[in-house]
Design a protein around this ligand. Sequence first.
Ligand code: ADP
Ligand code: MG
Length: 388
Amino acid sequence: MTDSTAAALTLLGTLTDRAPEGTWSAPGRVNLIGEHTDYNEGFVLPFAIGHRTAAAVALRDDDVVRVGSTFSDDVVEVSLADLDGVIAARSLDWAAYPLGVAWALRAAAPEGVARGVDIAISSDVPIGAGLSSSAAIESAVASALNDVWAAGLDRVALARVGRIAENDAVGAPTGIMDQMASMLGRPDAATFLDCRTLETASIDLGFAAAGLEVLVIDTLVSHAHASGGYRERRASCEAGAAALGVSSLRDVSVTDLDRARTVLDDETFRRVRHIVTENQRVLDTVAALRSEGPRAIGDLLTASHASMRDDFEISVAELDLAVETALSAGALGARMTGGGFGGAAIALIPKDRIADASTAVERAFAASGFRAPHTFTVTASAGARRDA
Ligand code: ADP
Ligand code: MG
């Protein structure tokens, strides 16, 4: 049993005398490549990581849903009859994630399956570090309720439930990548997702056999203008698509870029070029993994970073330094990952050089006067599951 599962069971014991019905868990994720492509109906390639959020659940005799988490001292309870109103009021803090999942799952499931439950949550996914602790809690709770309510939804439907909770109960306008990665992960594989059709394919990474690991360098930088920057980038993409006469940038290919340059102003062109080339890099990464193996993807990762730094302009000095230092220390490829303006970088590194690379990054940050980053490795791991 993992520490998180044990902690969730201990917390559940403080919420109820009833025996646990079971324990479930779901992972966070790292996006290997494909940044800001999701809302342009493009391609992404995330993988589920070994850090997981556990949910322990007991059934109740009434219609109350009660949630607790080791992350917070509050225990929040709502009766199923009041759930719609409570969600609409948007007054819940962290409990909007699990209760939003209960609300969205009840709407998606056959009528009458929902009943009262106590849910206790614990996690070792770092919160707010760009590893999607939010999708981990959503997917763990969705999997648990799907089973204890016998709702019968499949994994993709549960990913949709998590996204609805995050969009409509929490109020965060995110795509479905994180929930799909958390629901569909497999060990040493990534989830290739077409954000237009929601078609997925599991792509073997082969990192373990090639002696490679992914180092995460969390810069701990979070810029106040991140959400404004995100909105501006989305608006640029929409403007670029409109000027090019397509419904989304998914429909623009690398060979269209010469024409795009004559139609668009310089800034919009560079925003468009990032999305168009990034979609191609995701496809190239999938092809390289299938035909040549993981050592062949390093340059694509590094090219992705250069595109985000120079064309999309969402990197910051700390992320650039993390990438450059990792490359100098033997990484095959490195890039910032996540929305940008801070957050984490990832580097694909031979296992025996991880320790040296971490040290090199820490030294480089100190020499530049930057706050010491958090560095740790992540392993591509299984998606959401019932553990007991
Ligand atoms: P990220 O997904 O990058 O970690 P988000 O801001 O999307 O960051 O989600 C973090 C939020 O999700 C937390 O502030 C909290 O409200 C909720 N959350 C995540 N994990 C837990 C947990 N184990 N217990 C309670 N709430 C959690
Ligand atoms: Mg999140």
